[in-house]
Design a binder for this molecule. Structure first.
Ligand code: ADP
Length: 268
């Protein structure tokens, strides 16, 4: 279980990005974070895995306060938390395989990783992760030769190399068209349902939120302005969503059918 208590982040320039944010995420939840641009979603996700250091508050994960960890303890805790980024954050000139293997770095001694030496087991894991994401045939391509949707699948495969218990996905589909957006969301849902991975994901389309979230928190100016269960979200109208979210809330529209066909599934 993840328990965030009174989390506050003040950046060096005085910007208060998070104010006393508290919420709980039981294991196996697919929590979606919504909120306007600048409301603190990215800061929140990055504080949880300490890409950003929180100013105050606790981030209790299975009883350990991630906010207080450093050095080896922090590295060990981080291994269990995968991160997926809006702009994929791949090394564009490196191969798909190298990018995916880099997800294993937390497990490899630093001299080995400097030399780019990964074990045969790591290679096997990388191939399995790419197979799971349906892009094993792209393994030797350069990352920048892939489409956006394929690059994000590499991003998810890289996160899987950590064998994470939790995935933090910061607007993972904001750079993708609707069909691709669903195809990535379906992969995350699959990890959530099949592997019981906890997912925290920021999104800004109501239909994606309604389709994938098992619970939702809404941020406004760094504070929690909304909490909802799956049932609450299903019942939410566009205008209620806009009230919480702001005027530029929108639906991604269509797309799910096509994505499911691509994945060999059926609409539900
Ligand atoms: P969101 O992900 O919802 O768009 P962010 O977490 O990126 O929101 O930003 C929250 C607030 O913090 C915004 O006001 C933003 O301008 C500010 N902010 C983000 N990163 C920094 C930074 N490195 N330094 C100062 N202010 C920042």
């Amino acid at each position: 279980m993840l328990e965030v208590r009174n989390l506050t982040k003040v950046y060096n320039d005085g910007t208060v990005a998070l104010k006393n944010v508290s919420f709980t995420v039981p294991d196996g939840e697919f929590l979606v974070v919504i909120g306007l641009s600048g409301s603190g979603k990215s800061t929140l996700l990055r504080c949880i895995n300490r890409l950003i250091d929180p100013t105050e508050g606790e981030i209790l994960w299975n009883g350990v306060d991630l906010a207080k960890l450093s050095g080896e303890d922090l590295r060990n805790a981080r291994r269990k938390i995968g991160m997926v980024f809006q702009h994929f954050n791949l090394v564009k000139r490196s191969s798909v395989l190298t990018n995916v293997l880099s997800g294993r770095l937390g497990y490899t001694s630093s001299w080995k990783s400097l030399l780019g030496r990964f074990s045969p087991e790591d290679h096997k894991k990388a191939v399995e992760a790419l197979k799971r994401l349906g892009i094993a045939d792209q393994i030797h391509k350069r990352a920048d030769e892939l489409s956006g949707g394929q690059q994000q699948r590499v991003g998810v495969a890289r996160a899987l190399m950590q064998e994470p218990e939790m995935i933090l996905a910061d607007e993972p589909v904001a750079s993708l068209d609707p069909v691709l957006a669903h195809s990535i969301m379906l992969r995350l849902e699959n990890l959530n349902k099949e592997d019981n991975m906890t997912i925290l994901c920021s999104l800004h389309y109501l239909d994606l939120v309604q389709r994938y979230a098992t619970s939702v928190i809404g941020l406004r100016s760094g504070e929690i302005a909304y909490r909802g269960s799956r049932k609450d979200i299903q019942a939410m109208t566009d205008s209620e969503f806009k009230e919480i979210y702001g005027e530029d809330a929108e639906r991604v529209g269509g797309g799910l059918e096509g994505s499911l066909q691509n994945m060999g599934g059926t609409a539900v």
